[in-house]
Each structure stands twice: as C-alpha cells, then as structure tokens.
Design a protein around this ligand. Structure first.
Ligand SMILES: *[C@@H]1O[C@H](CO)[C@@H](O)[C@H](O)[C@H]1NC(C)=O
Length: 268
C-alpha cells in the first residue's frame, strides 16, 4: 500500500513537471535562440524535407527519423508523415550536383497531377523546391553552431513537443493548402479577410491571416519578380534547433514511426 502511494505521488509530480515544462516552453525555446514564431517557422521549413536533405545535417540519417513532413502524395489517406521520406529516384547516382538530383526528383513526377503542390506546374515546383533548399541552407549554418553548443534536454523536449509547440498545427495547415488551394486561397481567403477586418475576433481569423497570399502563375519576368520576394532564405535558428533535437535525441523511434492519431480516418 505504502509503495502504491509513493508511486502515485511520483506520478503526480512527474506529470506536474511535464505540464509546467510545457507552459514554460516558449520561454525555454527563446532562451536557446528560438523566436516567438517557433512553431510556424519550423512547420513551414520542414514540410518537404527528405532524407537527402537531412544527410547534409547528419550523414547517417535514414527514413527512420523523427522529422514530420507533409505527404506530397496528395491522393494518399495520410496527409502528414511522421518522418521525412527518401525522395531520390534510382537514377540519382548519375548526378554529381544537388541541383540535378532535385530536378530528377521533381520531373520524375511531372505526369502525376496529384503529387507535390496542387496547381503547380513543373517550373513552379522547381522554384518552390529551391526556395525550401535556401531555407535548409540557412538552417545548416545555425545547426553547425548547435553541434558545438548543444541545447539542453529541456530545450529539446520543448522543441520536439510538436503537438503543443505549433509545429504540427502549421504542418496540418500546410497540408490543407497544398491539397486544397482553391478552397484555402483566393476567393475564400479574401472573404475571410474582409470578415476579419470587420470583426477581428471571428473564428479562424488568425488562421487565415497566417496563410499568406496566393502567387500569380509563373509565366513572365514580372511574375518572377513577385515569386522572388517569397523565395529567399530566412533566419534558420528555429529550424536548426528543431532539427538538432530531432536528429540527435534518442527517443523511442518505433513510437514515432507508427500511424498517429492525426492520420485516423474521420467522417463529416
Ligand atoms: C499515392 O497514394 C495512392 C493511394 O495510396 C497510391 O495508389 C499511389 O500509388 C501513390 N502515388 C505515389 C506516387 O506514390
């Protein structure tokens, strides 16, 4: 009986520690160089990572990693993968340049309209992918600093708590926009923004505000000028922090690899 009480107290205090850590996470992450937009930035940065990209951070990475991504297969029932997949083709060994391998990864799917970003033609997909590669290149610089000065276990616990730190939310939002751009952008977004100007507390306002604006078709130098504004590198520290923790923390990888609650089938 006494043992049970001791265990009970231990459990209560562990759950208290866990929940107080969760509440402190924004401050804990910021003390390690994270920003107030940690979840949004990391969710955006990691959504299309692959094993090839992660190998630049850590050479021994395989598909058994814990970097969640958006599934580029738009007809799959599973919109969010719990890992970054290997997207290289059997031909990637033919190429020396990363740029050639990127082209091979994209153009090998150019007949499949349900792959990668819906409504994007191959040129637009290439531009988007290079935009993401720019973001990873920026993160890699900060990642090397974390290798020299690793974040503490508390920091990593917060960085990897994707269900509470905003990363999973941003990934879900990104999956929604990639799969259903016609519902999420343009007319629907315009209407939502008008409504939010009138009544900022309407439901969904922060969500629609955070989506960003749609881009014109990339069919002219003028359109490229607009695309270019969204294509550069960004501050990489949030992403570097997350990736350092994800690639260097030994958690129960099998748990990560299973089918998550977030991928269950629901009916409306
Ligand atoms: C995408 O998923 C669907 C449904 O699971 C599958 O039939 C199809 O082969 C997948 N496409 C690719 C390119 O993996």
């Amino acid at each position: 009986m006494r043992n049970i009480i001791v265990i009970l107290f231990a459990l209560i205090s562990i759950s208290k520690i866990a929940s107080s850590l969760e509440n402190d996470c924004p401050a804990i992450l910021q003390s390690s160089g994270g920003t107030t937009e940690f979840g949004i930035r990391v969710g955006h940065a990691i959504h299309s990572l692959s094993v090839r990209n992660l190998k630049q951070f850590k050479p021994d990475v395989t598909e058994k990693n814990q970097v969640p991504t958006v599934n580029l297969n738009l007809t799959s029932d599973i919109p969010i993968l719990s890992y970054a997949p290997d997207r290289t083709t059997p031909d990637s060994h033919m190429f020396l340049l990363d740029g050639s391998i990127i082209l091979d990864e994209i153009l090998s799917h150019m007949d499949d309209k349900s792959y990668n970003l819906k409504n994007y033609n191959p040129l637009e997909q290439i531009v988007h992918t290079f935009h993401m590669e720019e973001i990873w290149a920026a993160a890699l610089i900060d990642y090397r600093n974390f290798e020299i000065n690793p974040p503490s276990d508390d920091v990593c616990q917060c960085a990897l708590d994707i269900e509470n730190n905003g990363i999973l939310m941003k990934l879900r939002q990104t999956a929604l926009i990639i799969r259903e751009p016609n519902l999420m952008l343009g007319y629907g977004q315009y209407r939502a923004k008008q409504q939010c100007l009138k009544n900022p507390s309407s439901p969904g306002c922060p969500f629609f505000k955070s989506i960003g604006n749609s881009l014109p078709p990339l069919d002219s130098a003028k359109a490229w000028k607009r695309w270019k504004m969204d294509s550069g590198a960004m501050n990489g520290k949030d992403t570097a922090l997350f990736l350092y923790c994800a690639l260097n923390t030994n958690i129960n990888i099998e748990k990560y690899y299973q089918n998550f609650e977030w991928n269950k089938k629901y009916h409306y």
